[in-house]
Design a protein around this ligand. Structure first.
Ligand SMILES: Nc1ncnc2c1ncn2[C@@H]1O[C@H](COP(=O)(O)OP(=O)(O)OP(=O)(O)O)[C@@H](O)[C@H]1O
Ligand SMILES: [Mg+2]
Length: 454
């Protein structure tokens, strides 16, 4: 009210002063001057009230621009225009706020769902947030990862240089892991203060594959180089010092034939290993009677058994289910296991080959067949057992090589068993012999006389 009165006086002041001046100079008498002053005051009052009501309405529009302003809209045209400008500005700001919120939520979702572990680092270089992959990969160990000196150095360097830095970390506990950390500084910083991103990629599997591949190439070339060097040596001897020595030539040619056969065997084994690996994801489709197969494989060993005076005891169960398999590959499994039992089981020993239904709890509950090859040889120390199926792994290199072994036999067995979706178990104790068992799933034949949908 006082403000309206003040504004009224302010508006009316100039005309009232003019009227007073005219009166004082004698140009105007009191009779017309007084009603004129009254009209002037009343008009000023109306304008002042209008002005203040519109200002209040404008404030209302400013406070709640989205509210419908019917009946509360300034009537003074200039103030009306300002009110509609305010409304347009507010609508624009609201749209921007929605966009910003959507963008923030989208970036949070991206960070959260990234498959690589990701952490956001604040200006103090400490992590402010981490995504689900980081929790899944490191969980409780995250604090230990962040304390790793290699990672700390990379973070410090990234913050001081402003450029991305990487560091290879080896985490020894609880299981050895190799992690590549990348620190990416952000310029400008994110609105929430995030100053850098830290990506942790688990490279353990890749490094292991790389190592296996390079070990494989090294081993394969080494295995080939040894007999090749011996062949070259003998050829030189035959051309030179032993050129006229017939008995020496015969002896050397015998050794050379052996070395060449060894190289041949190695290449055959490598090729069959790579063929098996190529098809490992395709389960075999033949129906194989393992008992028949075992009989025919054993028949092929007869001459060698006689030569080494080894007894092979067969223990073949009746009424075993057929297995879905590849007969040639399963024959290879039997051959490699019996071959090992003969090579390492000692002369004049006994080998037992059993084909039976699975018993005990070690095998899956599904129907299947177990093939077991046991010998009475020196056995294998526990430390070697997990590595036996690695390519070129031999417990006693000299002995195995002497027996013509390339160290690929059990690797081939493992891959064939994998392809058959089976399982391989090795039981051995030093001095008590070894037993290699293979479980193969039975073929799931549709029941006869039933309706089968295809
Ligand atoms: N029945 C066994 N008794 C004792 N040691 C064994 C037996 N079977 C395998 N081994 C050990 O496991 C190693 C790996 O066997 P694997 O069959 O893969 O290779 P290899 O017999 O040396 O060569 P290859 O089978 O390729 O001719 C052998 O070198 C041997 O040291
Ligand atoms: Mg072998």
């Amino acid at each position: 009210m006082w403000r309206v009165a003040g504004t009224t006086l302010l508006l009316a002041a100039t005309p009232l002063l003019c009227l007073a001046a005219l009166g004082a100079l004698g140009f105007l008498t009191a009779a017309p001057a007084l009603p004129a002053a009254l009209v002037c005051l009343m008009a000023s009052f109306v304008v002042a009230q209008l002005w203040h009501r519109d200002l209040a309405r404008l404030t209302g529009v400013l406070r709640a621009p989205a509210m419908p302003a019917a009946g509360h809209w300034p009537v003074i045209p200039a103030l009306g225009r300002i009110a509609s400008d305010i409304q347009r500005l507010a609508r624009g700001l609201a749209a921007r706020a929605v966009e910003t919120d959507t963008a923030r939520r989208a970036s949070e979702a991206i960070i959260e769902r990234l498959p690589d572990p990701l952490l956001l680092l604040g200006p103090d270089r400490a992590p402010s947030r981490s995504n689900a992959a980081a929790h899944a990969a490191f969980g409780e160990e995250m604090a230990a990862v962040l304390r790793h000196p290699g990672l700390r150095t990379a973070i410090d360097r990234a913050f001081t240089s402003g450029r991305a830095q990487t560091a290879d970390l080896t985490l020894p506990v609880p299981v050895a892991r190799e992690v590549q950390a990348t620190v990416i500084p952000l310029d400008p910083r994110l609105p929430d203060g995030t100053a850098a991103l830290l990506v942790l990629s688990d490279r353990t599997r890749e490094r292991a594959v790389e190592r296996t591949r390079s070990d494989f190439v090294t081993n394969a070339s080494h295995e080939l180089r040894t007999p090749l060097a011996s062949l070259i040596g003998f050829i030189e001897t035959l051309r030179g010092p032993a050129a006229d020595d017939l008995p020496a030539q015969r002896r050397f040619l015998g050794i050379m034939a052996e070395q060449a056969a060894r190289m041949h065997r190695l290449i055959d084994d490598l090729l069959s290993l790579s063929r098996i690996e190529l098809n490992e994801h395709l389960p075999p489709g033949e129906r194989v009677d393992v008992v028949d197969l075992a009989r025919s494989v054993v028949a092929g060993f007869e001459p060698r058994l006689a030569e080494r005076r080894v007894t092979l005891r067969l223990d073949l169960a009746d009424d075993l289910p057929l297995v879905a398999g590849d007969a040639d590959q399963l024959a290879q499994v039997l051959t490699n296991l019996i071959d090992n039992a003969m090579k390492y089981g000692g002369e004049r020993g006994e080998i037992r080959l059993a084909v039976a239904r699975p018993d005990g709890t070690r095998w899956p509950v599904r129907p299947g067949v177990v093939i077991a090859v046991a010998d009475q040889g020196p056995g294998i120390a526990r430390a070697h057992l997990p590595r036996l199926t690695e390519r070129f792994y031999r417990v006693d290199k000299a002995r195995s090589r002497g027996a013509g072994g390339t160290g690929l036999g059990l690797a081939i067995v493992k891959h064939i068993v994998n392809r058959h979706r089976g399982q391989l178990a090795i039981d051995s104790e030093e001095g008590k012999g070894s037993m290699f068992s293979v479980w193969l799933p039975a073929e799931t034949e549709p029941p006869r006389g039933a309706i089968v949908e295809t």
